[in-house]
Design a protein. Structure first.
Ligand code: NAD
Length: 246
């Protein structure tokens, strides 16, 4: 592991543009369950049934049972050493942008400023009918939360079947096309189209550092350095290795 950490640190130190692509796995140590691992929210609420825009439009009251539980979990979560370590790398000028699939705001809370939210952010709600926006915290005592026009509000997260916000998609594509290094952290990289980013970066000859608990389809295809384990431990060790070799 020591040797692999040094290889990863070298890649980061020699890169002019370093990105990270993060997923649910980076927030597991903050208490937010990911989709694929056993246990927690997603054993009771099948994402295919609850996280699609079709399901929301058809029965928003039912989907809000899941959203309320998810909001309770996300609202209590605090950044873990992985989020904080990435914030530190940014301040050191070694990590330039994070493209995250997460909607939990924990990168910003962990000290990162340059965060592209590919799937939106759960801290605001919008009315699909009149367009009015609310802070999620203002509506925590309503189930389901309603707009002043009485329609049920939707969190500003991208449900399966919804379009990705254009600016997040375009910016991520541009950055991936010119990056020298990409850290892939805590994602199974199966959700499309965000999972095209590692391949786009690789085409630009970026070096890919993957940090995941388990192997993914990236590990034996595009990954150059695979650091297997929990993101908190590994990112903390990586920050130290970058500082040592800086
Ligand atoms: P995923 O659940 O498909 O994959 C998680 C990956 O993280 C797996 O490879 C797993 O081995 C790894 N992992 C688990 N715990 C880890 C840890 N402690 N350290 C390092 N790696 C760990 O997640 P995904 O690829 O992000 O896809 C899920 C989708 O659902 C995403 O689109 C995301 O937007 C959404 N989601 C977000 C949150 C959140 O905001 N925190 C939570 C659940 C789901």
């Amino acid at each position: 592991m020591e040797k692999l950490l040094e290889q990863a640190a070298d890649i980061i130190i020699n890169s002019k543009l370093t990105l990270a692509l993060t997923g649910a796995g980076i927030s597991v140590e903050s208490g937010i369950p990911d989709f694929r691992s056993a246990g927690g929210l997603w054993d009771r609420f099948d994402p295919a049934e609850y996280a699609t825009i079709t399901a929301f439009r058809a029965n928003p009251e039912k989907v809000w049972e899941m959203l309320r539980e998810m909001d309770d979990v996300v609202n209590q979560a605090r950044p873990n050493p992985a989020h904080i370590g990435m914030g530190e790398l940014e301040k050191m000028g070694r990590l330039h942008y994070i493209i995250t699939q997460n909607i939990d705001n924990l990168h910003q809370a962990g000290g990162s400023a340059n965060v592209i939210e590919y799937h939106g952010n759960a801290s605001t709600l919008s009315c699909l009918w009149c367009g009015k926006k609310y802070k999620t915290e203002e509506k925590r005592n309503e189930l389901p939360p309603r707009c002043e026009c009485q329609k049920i509000l939707k969190p500003d997260v991208v449900f399966f079947g919804e379009a990705i916000p254009g600016d997040a998609m375009n910016r991520s594509f541009e950055l991936a096309s010119s990056a020298n290094a990409l850290m892939v952290v805590g994602t199974s990289a199966v959700v499309s189209p965000v999972n095209t980013i590692p391949g786009i970066a690789k085409q630009n000859r970026a070096k890919i550092i993957e940090i995941n608990k388990e192997h993914t389809h990236l590990t034996d295809s595009v990954t150059d350095v695979f650091l297997q384990g929990s993101a908190g431990n590994i990112i903390s060790a990586l920050v130290e290795a970058v500082k040592k070799n800086n």
